[in-house]
Design a protein around this ligand. Structure first.
Ligand SMILES: [Ca+2]
Ligand SMILES: [Ca+2]
Length: 219
């Protein structure tokens, strides 16, 4: 075999190997997303069933943290109200609409796309979101909301202009699901305002993302 033919064959073999490796990497990524999405969703479904049954022990085993009310045995009735609310709001979630997932070894976040809405009083962009924590091989529910996003009072501006302003406000540079403006505390009166770095998921380097960490009742 002459040298140039050997070189061509070598190049072809290399191209084939690289394309196979790339396909494997891409396929593995897609499979992992789907696996984690389904595992996390199964935990959420069990949580909702436990909330409906007011089964506090089961709820405790599926949750990363319990509210102060449910940790206090003297507040059982208040805890039942919270469980009933959790069931009411949780049963409005559907896996089909939770199209997006971000995760690592410590956390998993499932969320939908923002839905646009405009009434005579307000304009809003809201989405469904569920936060999970990974403890060893176990996934535990941290928090969930069917109202993640923002809204504004309806003005004389066009709805599309107001919605585009809201989209700007919800920009999330580090993809931790917490908006840049919430991380930088740019909006006065915002409930979630973390004073964290919008370019870094884990500002303090403790492996918890800023979004996840902002939901802990206690550290
Ligand atoms: Ca962010
Ligand atoms: Ca952190």
């Amino acid at each position: 075999m002459n040298k140039s033919l050997a070189k061509i064959l070598g190049t072809i073999v290399l191209i084939v190997l690289v394309s196979l490796a790339l396909r494997w990497i891409i396929f593995k990524g897609v499979v992992s997303d789907e696996v984690w999405r389904n595992r996390a969703w199964a935990v959420f479904q069990n949580y909702i069933l436990a909330a409906r049954a007011n089964n506090l022990e089961e709820l405790r085993s599926l949750s990363y943290q319990l509210s102060e009310t449910c940790r206090d045995e003297s507040k059982l009735e208040g805890c039942k109200d919270l469980m009933n609310n959790a069931y009411y709001f949780g049963s409005q979630f559907h896996i089909e609409t939770l199209k997006n997932i971000v995760y690592d070894k410590k956390q998993i976040i499932l969320f939908g796309d923002y839905a646009e809405s405009a009434t005579t009083e307000s304009v809003s962009l809201l989405r469904f979101i569920i936060y999970f924590v990974r403890e060893g091989g176990t996934i535990k529910l941290l928090s969930f909301s069917p109202f993640d996003g923002t809204f504004t009072v309806r003005s004389s501006e066009a709805t599309s202009t107001q919605l585009s302003g809201l989209r700007d406000k919800l920009r999330d540079s580090d993809l931790d699901t917490l908006s840049d403006s919430a991380e930088e505390c740019l909006n006065s009166g915002m409930e979630t305002c973390t004073k964290t770095n919008p370019e870094k998921r884990d500002t303090d380097g403790d492996l918890w993302w800023d979004s996840t960490e902002s939901l802990f009742y206690q550290k």
